[in-house]
Design a protein around this ligand. Structure first.
Ligand code: ADP
Ligand code: MG
Length: 198
């Protein structure tokens, strides 16, 4: 459990907004361990693979978008989730390959869920205050759809342990992920906290 891993990407808008340090700080202070990190410029082909490692992604993301429109009393651009994500995938390729991204692997207990919590919900308009997406950006599905582009929300974070494993192998070679000990892990995980008092 303590070795669960998740993939985080600081998307091109996060790099351009000079938020690399701020974003890393928020994950780092949670107690999770950074196990790999690099700056890369991606390609459209790589981004398509990244978003389709989960065969359910097209349906789930389409349904999530339709629900979000209806919750606000608005008409979704289509009633068919797959039509929505076909368009979205094209826009994501342009967005995610438009400049450098920072790719990171974070490791620790509940890494996937802790990172999603710190990151916040997909649409910045409704992401909680205190999350990265809620605090540092202001986009919405309505604006991005009107402008024919993907929602700019600074970060990608894996949605499940299974998705994380597939995504990590897409972005990192095994030798780029480092196994090492952080001294704070003793305080986070040890059963007895022995060795503090002299
Ligand atoms: P998350 O990044 O929170 O896991 P998804 O996997 O559902 O979200 O979607 C991937 C990315 O596609 C989002 O981070 C966002 O940039 C973009 N996106 C998702 N839904 C929409 C939408 N309806 N309109 C525009 N962009 C979207
Ligand atoms: Mg996702």
């Amino acid at each position: 459990m303590k070795k669960e891993r998740t993939l985080v990407l600081i998307k091109p808008d996060g790099v351009q907004r000079s938020l690399i340090g701020e974003i890393i700080k928020r994950y780092e202070r949670s107690g999770l361990k950074l196990a790999g990190m690099k700056m890369v410029v991606s390609t459209a082909e790589h981004i398509e693979k990244h978003y389709t490692v989960d065969p359910e992604w097209r349906r789930i993301t389409g349904e999530k978008t339709i629900k979000s429109y209806k919750d606000k009393g608005l008409q979704p651009p289509s009633e068919d989730p797959l039509v929505i994500t076909d368009i979205l995938l094209g826009n994501l390729k342009k967005y995610m390959a438009s400049g450098p991204v920072i790719a990171m692997v974070w490791q620790g207990v509940h890494a996937v869920k802790i990172v999603r919590k710190i990151t916040g919900g997909t649409e910045p308009l409704t992401s909680d205050v205190g999350t990265i997406r809620g605090d540092f950006v202001l986009d919405s599905y309505q604006l991005s759809d009107a402008d024919g582009r993907a929602v700019r929300n600074l970060i990608h974070a894996s949605g499940s342990v299974d998705e994380a494993e597939k995504e990590i192998s897409l972005w990192f070679k095994p030798e780029e992920i480092i196994n090492y000990r952080l001294v704070q892990e003793q305080i986070l995980y040890d059963v007895n906290l022995d060795g503090i008092l002299e």
